[in-house]
Write a protein that binds this ligand. Structure first.
Ligand code: NAD
Length: 489
C-alpha cells in the first residue's frame, strides 16, 4: 500500500530559503509512534554543501562585524518565538522522535534555556586589558572562527541543535547544520523561526543527508570547525577526519552511565530517580542510567525499583524507540542477558500497546544479577533497560564504573556525604550526580563527558563553549609618543 506523506518533502535551507537538493537519493521519515510516513529527506551531495558554505562565507563578513550586543537581539526574539510556538514544536518532536509529549515539551523548554544563555554571552566575553608597561596596553578579544558546522543525532531533534546554534552564531560564526536524517523536520522549523527573529540570510544553513555529507563537511576547506554529537563509533570517524584536515573538532560520543546505590539510600526517592533516568525518552539519552551497581544489600531498593518501573507504560508515559531496528536491537540485548544467566525482573520485550500496534515500543526492563562481562553491562543499549550488578564494597563498584570505556555520567545514591564525595572524586565520568539520576549540568555550567564519550578539548555548552567557537586576538597598543621605546615595545 502506498502511504501518503503527512508533510511535504524536507528541503535544505540555504541562504535564507528552502531549496531542493541536487540529489536524487532520498530516505523516508517514519514516525516511531505509529510507523506512519511523515516525509522524505534528501541525501544531499557535496555540491549542495558547497552552496551552503558559499552562502555562509558571504554572510560572515557582515555578521562577524555586527557587535555582539546586536547579534544577541536575534536570540532574545528567537527565545520569544520558541515560547510562542512551544506546543507546535513539541508535537513535531513527539511525532518524528517518538518521545512523549511531556518529554518533548521539556526538550523545547531546554532549548529556551540554551537560548537564554546565548543572550547572556555579551556579559561573559568581555576581554582583558592591562597597561603592561608605561603607555603600552595589551588587550584580548574573542573573535569568531568563520564558517562552522554542527552534526547532530536523532535523540533530541531540537535541544541538541540548540546546544550549538545559539552560542556559535551569537559569537559571530556562520553555521552549516546537519540534522539527523531520522528526525529532519524540527531543525527546518528552527531555521524558519530564526529567520523570523531577524537572523540574516546565510548565517544558518541546513544541509540534510547521511554519512556522505558528514564526510564532505569534514573535508570542506571552507569550514573552520566541526562539532559532532552522536555515537562513539561515528564521533571517532568525524574527529579523525576533521582534525586530519586541520579543523578544530569537538565530538561527543555515546555513553554507559552507572548509578551506584548504597544501602542507606532513601528507597522511594532512589527508585523513582533510577526509573526516570533509565526510562525517560525511552532510555535514548546519553545521560540515561544504563547500569546500576548495588553496594551491599540493596534488595529493598531493587524491590521498590521494580514497583516504580511497572508504572511506566509504553504508549502512555513511555515513548517509542526510534526505529524497528532499534527495537529489535534492544530486545536482542535483553535476550542475550537472559541467555548469559541474568535474571529478568521486569521484561519489556514485545509490549502490547493498544492503538499503536505499528509503533516501535519496548517496555521498561529491569535485569538483575548481571555480571561485568555480559554484553548488557558493557555496551550502550540506548533503550529503557537497566542492568543491575552487585558488589560488596564501594571500591569494587567504582572499579566497575571506571573500567567501562565511556565516561559521560555517573551517580551515587546515599545519605553519607563522605561516600558521595568519594564517588565524585573517583568516578571516571565528566558529569557526576549525588541523589540525581540524570546529572545534566544546567546553564551556565558546561555539558561534556570524558573518555570515549568525548573527543576534543572543552565542552559543548555553557561557558566552555566560548573557547570552542572563538579564537583569541591579542593586541598590543601604544598611542603616546612620549612613551618612547622600552623593552618589548
Ligand atoms: P549516530 O552516530 O548514528 O549519528 C549521528 C550523526 O552522524 C547523524 O547526523 C548521522 O547522519 C551521522 N552519521 C551516522 N553514521 C555516520 C557515519 N558512518 N559517518 C559519518 N556520519 C555518520 O548517532 P544517533 O544514532 O543519531 O544518536 C544516538 C547516539 O548519540 C548515542 O550513542 C548517544 O549516546 C549519542 N549521544 C551523545 C550525546 C552526548 O552528549 N555525548 C548526546 C546525544 C546523543
Amino acid at each position: 500500500m502506498i502511504q501518503t506523506m503527512k508533510y511535504g518533502p524536507v528541503k535544505n535551507f540555504i541562504d535564507g530559503a528552502f531549496v531542493e537538493s541536487e540529489t536524487s537519493k532520498i530516505m523516508q521519515v517514519i514516525s516511531p509512534v505509529d510507523g506512519s510516513l511523515l516525509s522524505e529527506v534528501p541525501m544531499s551531495e557535496a555540491s549542495d554543501l558547497d552552496l551552503a558554505v558559499q552562502s555562509a562565507k558571504a554572510a560572515f563578513k557582515k555578521w562577524s562585524a555586527t557587535p555582539i550586543k546586536e547579534r544577541v537581539q536575534v536570540f532574545f526574539r528567537y527565545k520569544t518565538l520558541l515560547e510562542k510556538n512551544l506546543v507546535e514544536l513539541a508535537k513535531l518532536v513527539e511525532e518524528e522522535n517518538g518521545k512523549t509529549y511531556t518529554e518533548a515539551v521539556a526538550e523545547i523548554e531546554k532549548s529556551i534555556e540554551l537560548t537564554e544563555f546565548a543572550c547572556s554571552l555579551p556579559q561573559l566575553i568581555t576581554g582583558e586589558l592591562l597597561e603592561v608597561s608605561k603607555g603600552i596596553e595589551c588587550r584580548t578579544e574573542y573573535v569568531p572562527l568563520g564558517v562552522v558546522a554542527s552534526i547532530v543525532p536523532f535523540n533530541f531533534p531540537s535541544m541538541v541543535p540548540n546546544w550549538t546554534i545559539p552560542n556559535a552564531i551569537a559569537l559571530g560564526n556562520c553555521m552549516i547544520m546537519k540534522p539527523s536524517e531520522k528526525v529532519p523536520l524540527s531543525v527546518g522549523r528552527l531555521a524558519e523561526l530564526l529567520k523570523e527573529a531577524g537572523l540574516p540570510d546565510g548565517v544558518l544553513n541546513v544541509v540534510h543527508g547521511d554519512s556522505a555529507i558528514v564526510e564532505a563537511i569534514c573535508d570542506h576547506p571552507g569550514i573552520e570547525a566541526v562539532s559532532f554529537v552522536g555515537s562513539t563509533k561515528v564521533a571517532k570517524i568525524v574527529y579523525k577526519r576533521a582534525t586530519s584536515n586541520l579543523k578544530r573538532c569537538l565530538a561527543l560520543g555515546g555513553a554507559k552511565n552507572h548509578l551506584l546505590v548504597l544501602p542507606d539510600a532513601i528507597p522511594g526517592m532512589t527508585a523513582q530517580n533510577i526509573t526516570a533516568s533509565m526510562s525517560g525518552c525511552a532510555g535514548q539519552r546519553c545521560m540515561a542510567a544504563s547500569a546500576m551497581v548495588g553496594v551491599g544489600n540493596v534488595d529493598h531498593i531493587i524491590d521498590q525499583l521494580v514497583i516504580e518501573a511497572q508504572k511506566v507504560v509504553p504508549g502512555q508515559n513511555l515513548g517509542a524507540v526510534i526505529s524497528k531496528e532499534s527495537k529489535e536491537r534492544i530486545e536482542a540485548y535483553i535476550t542475550s542477558a537472559e541467555k548469559q544467566g541474568a535474571k529478568i525482573l521486569l521484561d519489556g520485550r514485545q509490549p502490547n500497546v493498544p492503538g499503536k500496534e505499528n509503533g516501535y515500543y519496548v517496555g521498561p526492563t529491569v535485569i538483575d544479577f548481571v555480571t561485568p562481562d555480559m554484553d548488557v553491562a558493557k555496551e550502550e543499549i540506548f533503550g529503557p533497560v537497566i542492568s543491575i550488578m552487585r558488589t560488596k564494597t564501594l571500591d569494587e563498584a567504582l572499579a566497575i564504573e571506571n573500567a567501562n570505556a565511556y565516561g559521560n555520567a555517573a551517580s551515587v545514591f546515599t545519605q553519607n556525604g563522605g561516600a558521595a564525595r568519594y564517588v565524585i572524586n573517583n568516578a571516571s565520568a565528566g558529569m557526576v550526580g549525588v541523589n540525581v539520576g540524570v546529572p545534566v549540568p544546567r546553564e551556565p555550567f558546561s555539558f561534556g563527558g570524558w573518555n570515549e564519550s568525548k573527543f576534543g578539548v572543552g565542552d559543548i555548552t555553557g561557558k566552555s563553549s566560548i573557547e570552542f567557537w572563538t579564537k583569541l586576538k591579542k593586541s598590543t597598543t601604544k598611542w603616546n609618543p612620549e612613551a618612547g621605546v622600552n623593552w618589548m615595545s
